[in-house]
Structure formats: structure tokens, C-alpha cells
Design a protein around this ligand. Structure first.
Ligand code: NI
Length: 135
């Protein structure tokens, strides 16, 4: 029997979306407020979803305490209260859009799960804007 377990998490981070090879004008047109030179913050809400078989002995798909520790170590400790553009190596030459943050989180977590599990990342940048990535 397969089903999905979910763990919610949260981090705050600052970012700016822009391309140095574009003019200020074009950056403003494409990225709007997110191009603001002095950065701005978001309260990111994260849902990590893991689909797999229910273990007959434990009744678990995955130990959610263990999943919560993984998320703390790999995501919260890495991204919380950071300036994503300046502090995070992955975003030195890549826009820290919600899309790219979701892919980064997926890549940091997927290595802990074998092929029997399917991982999905849901990331809310605002209460109304969110992205999903599952590899
Ligand atoms: Ni933004």
C-alpha cells in the first residue's frame, strides 16, 4: 500500500532576482519588485512530501521525526536568515527564484532516499504563489 507523508517547514530569506547582463530597465520590466537592488525578504513555507510503501512492522512510510531532522540540517540550517544571492554558493550565478530554490532543496534531500521513495517539494514564496518539483 503506497501513500504520501508530508512534513511542513519554514524559513526566512532575502533575495533579489536580476541578470547582470541585462539593463536595469529590462530587469525591472521582467522581475518587477523582485529586482529591487537592496534585496527583500520572503517567509518561505515548505512542504516535503514522501511517497512510499507503508512498512508492515511500523505502519510508517518514513519516520517523520527523522524527516524533520533531515529538513532542519539540509534546508533550514542552510537557507534560514540568509541572503540567497550573497550567502548561498548555488545562487552566485543562478537566480534564487522559487523554482530554483525548490530544485536546490530537492537535490539536497533526494540523496537520503532510495528508489522506493518518491520525493516532492512544494515551496510557497507567498501565501498565493507556490511551486512544486518532484525531479
Ligand atoms: Ni522576491
Amino acid at each position: 500500500m503506497k501513500l504520501t507523508v508530508n512534513r511542513k517547514s519554514h524559513f526566512n530569506a532575502a533575495h533579489r532576482l536580476y541578470r547582470p547582463d541585462w539593463s536595469d530597465d529590462k530587469n525591472d520590466k521582467v522581475f518587477g519588485k523582485c529586482a529591487n537592488k537592496n534585496f527583500h525578504g520572503h517567509n518561505y513555507e515548505l512542504i516535503v512530501s514522501l511517497t512510499g510503501e507503508v512498512d508492515k512492522e511500523t505502519g510508517y512510510v518514513y519516520d517523520l521525526g527523522k524527516l524533520s531532522k533531515l529538513i532542519k540540517n539540509e534546508v533550514e540550517d542552510y537557507l534560514d536568515h540568509k541572503n540567497l544571492n550573497l550567502d548561498i554558493e548555488d545562487f552566485k550565478n543562478l537566480n534564487p527564484s522559487a523554482e530554483n530554490i525548490a530544485i536546490l532543496i530537492y537535490n539536497r534531500l533526494i540523496k537520503y532516499f532510495d528508489d522506493d521513495y518518491k520525493l516532492k517539494i512544494t515551496l510557497y514564496e507567498t501565501p498565493r504563489n507556490f511551486v512544486e518539483y518532484s525531479g
